[in-house]
Design a protein around this ligand. Sequence first.
Ligand SMILES: NC(=O)c1ccc[n+]([C@@H]2O[C@H](COP(=O)([O-])OP(=O)(O)OC[C@H]3O[C@@H](n4cnc5c(N)ncnc54)[C@H](OP(=O)(O)O)[C@@H]3O)[C@@H](O)[C@H]2O)c1
Length: 321
Amino acid sequence: MIVFFYTMKEVLMKYTFLGKTNIKISKITHGCMELGGGPWETLDKKHNIALLEQALDMGVTSFDTAEIYGNGNSERIVGEALKTKRNDCFIASKVARENLKYDDVIKACENSLKNLQTDYIDLLYVHWPSYEVPIEETMNAFNKLKSDGKIRAIGVSNFSLEQIKQAQKYAQIDALQPEYNMLERSIENGLLEHCNENQISVLSYNSIAKGILSGAFHLYGKALAEDDFRQQKLVFKPHNLKLEQPLLNLLSDIANTHEATVSQISIAWVIAQKGMSSAIVGTQNTKHFEENIKAVDIELSNDEIKQISQLSEEIISQFKE
Ligand SMILES: NC(=O)c1ccc[n+]([C@@H]2O[C@H](COP(=O)([O-])OP(=O)(O)OC[C@H]3O[C@@H](n4cnc5c(N)ncnc54)[C@H](OP(=O)(O)O)[C@@H]3O)[C@@H](O)[C@H]2O)c1
């Protein structure tokens, strides 16, 4: 079920419910990794807090963070910005791969609660599947946190179809957070369908492929600095960048038809996929944020979706490491 609300600044934000719960999430989730630091050049805390407040004001009620983003710094900024509006927002965080033993999960959650200045987390994910700790042990800890009221729902991120099926044996999984965009569509090989069939919400990250699907690099002359970590990503390899050009040209044409931007079309395509609950998009840039959230208002035609999907499939099949 989708619920519509007009918000203060005339963005028609759309909402849905998380998994089998009655917890409301916005169809665009504000990604908070970048504001925590790490390889991202962070803007100052005051700016980032103001942007989070603006996001909520404009109807984006869902926020995505993790204990490892800036080593707790992202969670602390989210907590500071949203503490007085806690009941109006949905906060998801994640337990790191190295903290998946029972006691470590409990400790990690306590730490996240402290960072976020709250007594509950709406959705807590396993950030990446463990190589060593049995999923049963991890899920037992998540179940305990849920029954103690410290988390409201359990999610998994970066899990394969087999891994999510295993997790479901021990806990009610209400959300999956995979990478998904026009240039990374592996979840279409069964995982997305499984989530649809099992009422598991999919909240995808990398919605604009770390900036590629905004057109910045193909249409607007932006180049990566030599030491930018994205140089190592498949979609940024020079050979693959060339292959992507026709897709960006098509997106630009479709954007013109809708009087929209390329980023908006890219996000709209993600949201249009069956079973996609929310597109996570990360930015510290106010102009980009305001642009991105308008994607919820764009209705792509079936023909446009088909053209994009066909071309993206052809390009992905030719990608080289
Ligand atoms: N579960 C996981 O393992 C995982 C992994 C990665 C990320 N995530 C989550 O997903 C969120 C999104 O991060 P992502 O890595 O997936 O990246 P993304 O949203 O695909 O792209 C973010 C990049 O795109 C740029 N950008 C955003 N809007 C733009 C626009 N309108 N025009 C031009 N550039 C634009 C941003 O730069 P500006 O700041 O300049 O706008 C930033 O460099 C993170 O914050 C995090 O919450 C989860």
